[in-house]
Structures are given as C-alpha cells and as structure tokens.
Design a protein around this ligand. Sequence first.
Ligand SMILES: [Zn+2]
Length: 363
Amino acid sequence: MNECTTNHAISDDFTYVMDLTRPEGTPIASFPIEPDFGPALESARFAVVRDELGDADTNGSEAVIRPLWDQNKGAPLIEAVEVHGGAEQSTVRVAAALFDAIARKRAAGLVAKGRLVAGEEYVYAVAAYAKPRAERPGKGVPFVAVEVPQPLSIKERGLAEVVTAAAAVSYGDGAEDIAVVLAPGVVQEAAARCLEAGALETGGILVGELCRDPDTRRLFLDVRAQIEAPHTEAREASLTFTHETWAAVRGAIALRGGSELMVGWWHYHPFGVFCRNCPAASRPGCVYGTKSLFSEDDVVVHRTCFERAYHAALLLSDLGDGLSASLYGWRRGVVCERELTLTPPVSAQLHTTRIHNNGGSDA
Ligand SMILES: [Zn+2]
C-alpha cells in the first residue's frame, strides 16, 4: 500500500527557467524552477493499464522527459513537456496548469516583496536547457528511490450495475479520466462525520477496487467504503494523516477481506463555521464560503499520499447553506476538479459544486 513514500526514477536531462514579464514585455523576474513531473509519469504509466495497451511490467522501466519547443520562438523556449513512461504507448503531455501554478506562486511572492502589484497582469515563459553531461543521471541509475509498483489488481464488474446502487458518480471529463463511483455508505458516513466535526477539519481514507467493465473494457474506480481517520491531526484549516491512520486503514482493509485498495481520501472544509466567526469587514473578497476549494495544502497531501493516477479526493464543504460535495483527481500531472453527480436520496442532503443534470456523459 502506498504510504506517502513512493517515488519514480525520472531521467530529466534538462533544467528549467521561468521568466515573468509584464504583458508589454518588460521583464519582472527570472528564476530556476523544478517542476514536479512525478504525477504526469504516473498518468503516463496508468494509461497503459487503463487502455490495455501492453504489459504493466513496463512500469519498472525508465521514464524520460521531453521538452516540446515553442513552435514560434524555438528552443530554449518550450510550449509544453511530454513525459514518456517507458512503454511505447505511455506518453502524457503535462498540463499547462502545472506551470501556471508555479507562476502564480512566484507572482504572489513578488507581490509580498512589493515587486508586483496585487492583481497586476503578467505573462510567463519557460525555457529548458540541457544539463551538462556530468550532471545527468546515468542511464538506468535513478537519482531518487524507486519503488516498482505492484501490478494492479483489476476486477471485472459492470459499470452500469455499480452506478445503479451508487450515491454519486463522476464519469470524468475526457477519455483519460476513469469513472469514479461512490457507494452510498461512503458519502453518507463522511457527511455525518462532518456534521459532528463542527469547526474542525475531519477526514478519512477511501477504499475500493479498480474494475473493468466487461462490455466496454473501460476501467473505473468503485469506491466502496470510507475509513474514518481517527488519528488525523485535525486543526481548523488543515488535516494531517499520521502513522496510526495508515495502520488503522491496513487493519480495516484486512477486516474487509484484504482485496481492496486505498483509492483516495475525503475531508471536510467547515467554511460556514469559519465565516460565522469572521468579522463582516473582512468578508468582501474572501473566497471561503463562496466555493469549494481544494487548497494548496490539500494538493500537497494529495501529492504526498495519493499520487497514483487513479487516486481520488472527495471534498465536503460547509458553505453556510449545508454541505456540498466535490471530487478531485489527477489529470496530466495536476489535480483537477471533476464533475460529480449525486443520485437521490443523497442529492436531497448534499449539493454538488459542479452540477451535471444529465447524469454525466459516458466520455
Ligand atoms: Zn482541505
């Protein structure tokens, strides 16, 4: 089981520099960056399993990063990065959102230092430079610890049948996303824990199985249970899983027969409670209470403990008018919000933050 320790060998022969400029071209700042391509590599390798393209054993082979040069301005400027997972078919173009997030963070830092005005527009460009040969990791010699993933256990199960009994389903926003189906107990128990938690964040681990529909051959995630994480350190705006949490999860999976996987996590943002205690003067412009928000801290937790391409995160938020549910997952190396459809009777108790009334597409 993944316990926040997994890493992959990535052979990256390039270093990256980001330039921030004003829209008319005045330079603002230039700095080296170290983009985290690990989740994109996960996506690339998962695609082989998802689409039945080859032998999952290729997971152990070396991954390579390829810059795609800017078509207009040429090298060293890049317009994207491809992560090649080792097997021939496992290539993912990294989402631009990965670089957007780095730029946003740096811009916020420049605002704090007074070098940029809050709200001021900027554009960014990324350049890739080949490392001197001596700095390149030797072929086949990883520079990070390698865990060769266990072959995934995949059950044969009809998606339609699982959806019929579900509380919530997310079909995903494209062929790359696998559907995520949440059993009623998962959503109802998590919601009940939130109501008990009051002003504290609370959370738990999602367990279930990866399944393949025998007719469509599509892979999906059947989330069958939630295991409350009694040993999390819940504070007002953050959640930390501890060693005891993982031990409890292992024990619970064993009790449930041992065949299930840890497939993600859920947690609660009690913004409605915060907002009631927040002075009226500071409310304008506050994003809390207006929308569900997977915070930067949440992304760190997801990256550290839930890095598998199929790992999902259910977020329940109290936005002051009851609980709302939203779902997040990896796509091309970044965490994205996914559509989520609640089925009755859960939809009578919860909102979703991205409502699809048509029951989703089968994309
Ligand atoms: Zn959070």
